[in-house]
Design a protein around this ligand. Structure first.
Ligand SMILES: *Cc1c(COP(=O)(O)O)cnc(C)c1O
Length: 359
């Protein structure tokens, strides 16, 4: 049968029953692309794969969690769902609420949402409220509202979101036949790093993989509370999806790091934009800036010689690294336009155009 989304594919691993209505846009089953250019940079015996989550129905991995969260909300008979969002959660919640015929409310930080995400949230018809504060303020409000009123929270604090998102780890293992050695991922509110670690651990318990990857998370320099061990009151970064100063799953992210023997480190906005351009130019993949944090982290560590000892004594292609590319580049067109030189304008003049091309 045709692919029908992550719940149908992985239902025995998910908290669904025959009474759960399956609300799906056929999310998941995203490409795992071998990056020749990154493999070459990191080392001869290394294969770097890119898990391109920007190809989910609303353009980010949030859809994997939202299909489960909204299906369960529908099963529970609630009338409405609510989330705080830097953009992608609201886009996803609004789309899944639309097919589930649920009301949806989204709280977004005023002026801090990338253009594509704002368009998505608005077009699917939720009640959108811009808050004169940052993401952390929005999430605090949503937690207070859901504690008092009959409306279901669909941020990653909702365990059903984590359940759905762990399916990306299953897909990676199913495609590679093993777990990767390293798993690189951007960290914002820290739900996704939590979900991947849960997914890998469950697959190991089931005997589907024999070892676990080291989880390497990356926060933006101006929004790195976990690395700095301190809440960041005014997070700043070009990567709006990880512009979070007080991650909800802080401790779980630390657990994923420590239990896996991995790390959580910082990448600068400059490193993020450089990886963002690299992916577009060398791999033909357009991601939003937050997504490039995983690759920026990999490039930073490769430059520091981190993988040298790993590579010694290994066969070619033996070290597998997966970088998660969390969201699509069209989410944030302003970032792309700002990052690249504007095209030159010429008159309708064949000679001048030919000269400009350099022929
Ligand atoms: C949500 C999001 C992140 C951060 O994921 P967390 O689960 O909040 O850590 C990173 N990139 C993109 C594109 C996102 O939408």
């Amino acid at each position: 049968m045709n692919y029908q989304g992550v719940i149908k594919r992985y239902r025995q691993h998910l908290p669904v029953t025959k009474n759960t209505p399956i609300i799906t846009l056929q999310e998941g089953n995203t490409p795992l692309l071998l990056s020749k250019s990154l493999s070459k940079i990191v080392g001869q015996k290394v294969e770097v794969y890119l898990k391109y989550e920007g190809l989910n129905p609303t353009g980010s991995f949030k859809d994997r969690g939202m299909t489960v969260a909204v299906s369960k909300a529908k099963e529970d008979g609630v009338a409405a769902v609510i989330c705080a969002s830097t953009g992608n959660t609201s886009a996803s919640a609004a789309a899944y609420a639309a097919i589930a015929s649920l009301q949806c409310v989204v709280l977004i930080p005023k002026g801090a949402i990338a253009l594509g995400k704002l368009a998505q949230a608005l077009i699917h018809g939720p009640k959108v409220i811009a808050i004169d504060g940052n993401f952390d303020d929005c999430l605090k409000l949503v937690r207070e509202i859901t504690a008092e009123y009959p409306i279901t929270l669909v941020n990653s604090l909702n365990p059903n979101r984590i359940e759905g998102q762990k399916t990306a780890a299953f897909e990676i293992c199913d495609v590679l036949g093993v777990a990767p050695d390293y798993h690189f991922i951007p960290v914002g509110n820290a739900g996704n790093i939590t979900a991947y670690w849960k997914g890998y651990q469950e697959y190991k318990q089931l005997g589907k993989i024999t070892r676990l990857p080291k989880i390497c998370g990356f926060q933006a320099e101006g929004a790195a509370p976990i690395v700095r061990k301190k809440i960041v009151k005014k997070p700043q970064t070009v990567a709006s999806a990880i512009k979070i100063g007080n991650p909800a799953s802080w401790e779980k992210a630390e657990a994923a790091r420590d239990e896996s023997g991995g790390l959580i480190d910082i990448v600068s906005d400059q490193e993020i934009i450089s990886a963002y351009k690299f992916l577009a130019v060398k791999e033909g993949i357009f991601v939003e800036p937050a997504s490039a944090a995983s690759v920026a982290g990999l490039l930073k560590m490769a430059k520091q010689g981190f993988f040298k000892n790993e590579i010694l004594g290994r066969q070619a292609g033996e070290i597998r690294i997966v970088c998660v590319l969390t969201g699509h580049g069209l989410k944030d067109p302003d970032c792309a336009i700002a990052a690249i030189k504007k095209p030159k304008t010429l008159a309708v003049n064949l000679k001048a155009v030919v000269k400009e091309i350099g022929l």
